[in-house]
Write a protein that binds this ligand. Structure first.
Ligand code: AMP
Length: 225
């Protein structure tokens, strides 16, 4: 069983790395942002409450987030484990999570702020199949058209300069401090997210294997940041 949390400033490539890891280890990818976007697209009551908050790049109130995470975790639909993406984002959420669930590792993807700002503002998403693109390093073959299903590409509503700044600031103020908590538990694995996606994934897998090996041979994961 592999139970992971993936963390990093918005635009660091969390979603891509989570999907690659999900495919190779047969994990369930739980993206809290995707669940919220589904609520907005499906015009649910929750969607109506969070639409503006999300478009401004603000964090959704903790009680709503915790409810969504609790309901999703209760489905327990994984055989080989899960990778949780976009949660926890502050100390209250971390405390809530650790009270009820245990994890094997926190995967931290490090990318400088100026790089993520540029990446996010060039991010495009296929509304139909969810495939993501980047106008700098992963352009669609035909402008604004999904290579996979041919649908139109759009920018996320919260990928504006103002919302991006708010999310980057929130990451530093609220999310980064909880990494200390996970570091003390020797759970954090760090990778350089400025490399091409396949290399980042290889590095991640390598470090996770080393961590598992250390744990199996010494009963401790010491040595990983
Ligand atoms: P993401 O797809 O992870 O970038 O999340 C998109 C947006 O969903 C964020 O900017 C927040 O508005 C909201 N969101 C996602 N996860 C959380 C969370 N753990 N706590 C609060 N808001 C969240």
């Amino acid at each position: 069983m592999h139970k992971y949390i993936i963390m990093g400033v918005q635009g660091c490539g969390k979603g891509t790395q989570a999907r690659l890891l999900k495919e190779s280890l047969d994990l369930v990818h739980i993206s809290v942002g995707d669940i919220f976007r589904w609520h907005i697209q499906s015009h649910t009551k929750l969607g109506a409450r969070i639409k503006r908050i999300m478009a401004e790049g603000q964090l959704v109130p903790d009680d709503l987030v915790e409810e969504v995470v609790k309901q999703r975790m209760e489905q327990h639909d994984w055989n080989y484990g899960f990778i949780l993406d976009g949660f926890p984002r502050n100390s209250r959420q971390a405390a809530f999570f650790l009270e009820s669930y245990d994890i094997d590792a926190v995967l931290l993807i490090e990318v400088p702020d100026e790089v993520v700002r540029e990446r996010i503002l060039n991010r495009r998403l296929c509304q139909k199949c969810g495939m993501d693109y980047n106008l700098i390093f992963h352009r669609p073959a035909v402008s604004n058209t999904c290579d996979v299903c041919g649908s139109a590409l759009t920018a996320r509503a919260d990928d504006t300069p103002e919302a991006v700044n708010a999310r980057v600031q929130d990451f530093h103020d609220k999310t980064q401090p909880i990494l200390e908590l996970f570091r003390r538990k020797e759970l954090v694995v760090v990778v350089d997210g400025t490399q091409p996606a396949a290399e980042v994934q290889q590095n991640l897998r390598h470090q996770l294997e080393q961590k598992a090996w250390r744990k199996a041979t010494t009963g401790t994961s010491t040595g990983t940041k």
